[in-house]
Design a binder for this molecule. Structure first.
Ligand code: ZN
Ligand code: ZN
Length: 845
């Protein structure tokens, strides 16, 4: 297998031998551009001038537009997209709204990292129609590999808006020259750049086995964007033209505003209102003279590209004529300030789109940047409240992304809880650090400290200073941390199960989508492998989407398991079948089990909606399991759920049941479904296929889901929430039952309460008071005996019998620190021991 990197390298060499075939050279020539070869890096590039170096900052001498932009237009951040969309609409493109930054429609990534992610995998592969064609989109993206550069280089971000220009065309409709002219028009008309200030670089791009030429465009040392023409795919017999060619132009929205204003850093033009407020709060005065001299070299400090950062600092100091310590002090403080501004904006997008900081997956990176920002605030003792920053960002961005102001209260709550966690970690670990600093703390130890205990290297460094020890923190520390997790994630994702050889077997027609109550059917046997049977069509539901498989019989023989391999449904029998391939057989499904599963399944949708109403719009499903006796749903939430919240969720869920709301299930084309209901339909994770089965509890909840559902919420009977528990950072699990299982659960509960009430001689609703008293008296008696204290039997009599107004079983199992099913046993034990204590006391006294 050739890697993408190798494909790119090889293709770039080939393309450079025949530029007329791969690049829009005639359009370039018409505009007076000619082809040149960079005498520093060897890149082929196009310009109208006689220079012999390319536009790369390293070849051309850094950023040369600061304080001296060649752009004739001056655009503020908001204007950039407005103007871009206006021009491209004129050129035949449809501007569309952004997608969320959490990539719910994909299972290979947590966050959207480029505008093309919106259309992968199904639009790009040609299976699904794009929402418009061609189109342009202002897509916020999250990337965490440059964390340590944020604030320093003036141009790096964890969250930036990528302007995408995309077309998805059959080869006969593909018009590369037009796509090129369209973006060139943006540079000329949108930014007001004369041709002599633009350089186009020939390059190539490869990803996922697909590849093609691309053209990067630069001005004054700044790369403004890159237009990729995805035209070929790698096959065993060489490369082949794609059936659907894809235009993928990505341009940094931030850079456009920065470039046309020629300001010192792009942070000042990206969030002007926020930066100004931060200067006021912190009292930082920018040394403009120093910045002016420093900024052309800021790109040299890209920690990914330099080997020894200290050498570069010395070098930059020499070039600017400043003392290296003075330079570093001012620049690093400013970098801290810009990082706080940048990270709060990244968090605003991520949290209001429904992501949560945590210690797993993508949430991990969100916590990293939040803690990085908090540690700057700590270090410089700034009086900055992060939720305020989010509000200011949202207000500024409102003309572009009006949705950001909607979830601000929730964003604030999440940030506050996270800050408390950070403070708690700090408290707990100060002692730990002071012990550790006596040893040698190397990079590996720093990584472990952060990864396992959440201790930031800044904290370690500060604490170490108290002991006169200097700790070296690698400049790319946070990128290394993020990398550590990316690798683990990927390893996890590549695990695969063993598979049956099903070559040549047709996809099974899944009939259970049509009628969840049907339990008898006839079908043809297509294949038998040992005790595994594949039919042409089936009503049997395979385990999927967290719903357990059906049980039943095929021709009277027991079906013990059903699973899906690709689109083929496999029935596992208890023994080798006594029928043959080609036979017609009769299937029978255990209907009671099926109905109970459907009730539990539909209830997950109902509880999901109820929890969203009670806890907030950040609630999303993180997993679910529907068994016969009970079911669970995992929800994303930033803290534990209180008893009161559980009660409210239960109440809301049962209100939805009583309201008898229709549950509609129908298949829709993917793009149509996404446009009608948004990306939150992917509650169960990414779903494959052109058509999505949309389960719509009208006005309550819409999800893409393949399970068996009720036709009306009232069929759930009753939903009973058993308990909730935090199962991992940022995820809580709700245990519940519905329908007959809930009734059964209720009956069992009544038996327990009746027995407990009989034992303690009170009414059921008086149990909580009585149980607490029992426990208190037991402790009292035990202590009296151990310490040989005087106590009378009278003092040990049980008296309290207040009425409790709430869930009695929960209350007493909590008081007894036991599960409901063990309540009676535990009470008996306490009563027995209390009697024994009393007997001893009478003897002794
Ligand atoms: Zn060059
Ligand atoms: Zn479902």
């Amino acid at each position: 297998m050739t890697t993408d990197k190798e494909i790119k390298k090889e293709f770039k060499i080939n393309a450079s031998k025949d530029p007329d075939k791969y690049y829009a050279t005639s359009a370039l020539k018409k505009e007076g551009f000619s082809r040149k070869h960079c005498n520093k890096c060897g890149t082929y590039f196009w310009s109208t001038t006689h220079e012999n170096v390319c536009g790369n900052p390293a070849c051309s001498g850094g950023f040369r537009f600061i304080g001296n932009t060649p752009a004739k237009k001056e655009l503020d951040y908001i204007q950039v997209w407005k103007e871009f969309a206006k021009l491209f609409e004129k050129q035949g493109y449809t501007p569309i709204e952004r997608y969320p930054v959490i990539a719910r429609w994909r299972n290979d990534t947590d966050f959207v990292q480029a505008s093309i992610y919106d259309f992968q995998p199904y639009v790009v592969s040609g299976e699904v129609k794009p929402p418009a064609n061609p189109l342009v989109v202002p897509q916020p993206v999250l990337r965490f590999n440059d964390i340590d550069n944020v604030g320093i280089t003036g141009s790096h971000y964890c969250c930036f808006v990528m302007i995408g220009q995309h077309a998805f065309m059959k080869p006969k409709d593909w018009n590369q020259e037009k796509y090129f002219i369209d973006i060139h028009n943006w540079l000329k008309q949108g930014l007001g750049l004369p041709n002599e200030e633009i350089k186009f670089h020939e390059d190539a791009w490869a990803g996922g086995g697909n590849f093609g030429p691309c053209m990067e465009f630069f001005s004054r040392g700044l790369e403004l964007g890159n237009q990729v023409y995805m035209m070929y795919e790698q096959t065993p017999s060489g490369f082949k033209e794609l059936n659907l060619k894809v235009l993928d132009m990505g341009m940094g929205h931030e850079r456009n505003a920065w470039f046309t204003q020629g300001k010192s850093t792009s942070y000042e033009t990206t969030f002007p209102t926020v930066v100004k407020k931060l200067y006021d709060i912190t009292g930082i005065k920018v040394n403009h003279e120093m910045m002016q001299k420093f900024l052309p070299y800021s790109s040299y400090l890209n920690v990914d590209e330099v080997e020894n950062i200290d050498v570069v600092w010395n070098d930059v100091a020499k070039k600017t004529g400043y003392d290296v310590d003075d330079l570093k002090k001012h620049i690093l403080e400013l970098a801290g300030l810009y990082s706080v501004a940048e990270h709060s904006r990244a968090l605003l997008f991520a949290l209001s789109d429904g992501a949560l900081p945590s210690n797993v997956g993508g949430g991990y990176n969100l916590r990293v940047i939040l803690r990085r920002a908090l540690s700057f605030i700590d270090k410089y003792k700034w009086d900055i409240y992060m939720p305020d920053l989010c509000r200011w960002h949202a207000a500024y961005l409102e003309p572009l992304f009006p949705e950001l102001v909607q979830n601000l209260d929730e964003v604030e709550k999440i940030l506050e809880v996270e800050k408390q966690k950070y403070e708690a970690t700090k408290q707990k670990t100060n002692a730990m650090i002071s012990k550790l600093v006596k040893e040698n703390i190397d990079e590996k130890k720093l990584l472990v400290l952060y990864d396992s205990y959440g201790i930031t290297p800044e904290l370690v460094r500060e604490e170490a200073l108290k002991f006169d020890k200097k700790i070296d923190v690698p400049e790319n520390f946070y990128a290394r941390v993020a990398e550590l997790h990316e690798r683990q994630e990927q390893e996890h994702a590549t695990k695969r199960e063993e598979k049956l050889d099903l070559q040549g077997v047709q996809d099974t027609i899944a009939l259970y989508y049509r009628d969840y109550k049907k339990n008898k059917f006839k079908a043809k046997v297509l294949k038998i492998i040992d005790n595994k049977v594949i039919l042409d069509e089936t009503y049997f539901y395979p385990t999927s989407g967290g719903q357990l498989h059906d049980l039943g019989t095929i021709n009277g023989q027991s079906v013990i398991d059903i699973f899906k391999q690709g689109s083929i449904i496999v029935h596992v029998l208890s023994q080798k079948p006594d029928f043959n391939e080609g036979d017609e057989v009769e299937g029978g499904i255990d209907l009671q089990r099926r109905l109970q599963l459907a009730k539990h399944h539909t209830s997950t949708h109902i509880i999901n909606a109820a929890a969203r109403k009670v806890l907030g719009s950040h609630i999303n499903q993180a997993g679910a399991k529907k068994d016969v006796d009970k079911a669970t749903i995992d929800l994303t939430h930033y803290q534990s759920i209180t008893d009161e919240e559980i009660r409210q969720i239960g109440q809301e869920a049962n209100r939805l049941v009583k309201e008898s709301i229709e549950v509609e299930s129908k298949f829709l084309p993917r793009t149509e479904a996404e446009q009608a209901y948004g990306m939150s339909i992917y509650q169960g994770g990414a779903v494959p296929g052109k058509l999505l089965r949309i389960v719509n509890i009208k006005g309550v909840d819409v999800e893409a889901c393949g399970g068996t559902h009720l036709h009306n919420t009232s069929e759930a009977g009753e939903i009973k929430i058993l308990k909730a528990a935090k199962i991992s950072d940022g995820v809580v699990r709700i245990y519940f039952t519905a329908g007959e299982a809930a009734q059964k659960e209720k009956k069992q509960e009544k038996v327990i309460l009746d027995e407990a009430a009989r034992l303690l001689k009170v009414k059921a609703e008086q149990l909580p008071a009585r149980v607490s008293e029992l426990f208190e008296k037991w402790k009292l008696a035990k202590k009296a005996i151990e310490k040989d204290k005087e106590i009378t039997i009278k003092e040990l009599e049980l008296k309290s019998a207040e009425t409790f107004d709430g869930n009695v079983i929960d209350k007493i199992s909590e008081a007894l620190k036991t599960q409901p099913e063990h309540v009676v046993r535990t009470i008996k034990r306490f009563l027995k021991e209390l009697e024994e204590f009393k007997a001893k006391i009478t003897k002794g006294g």
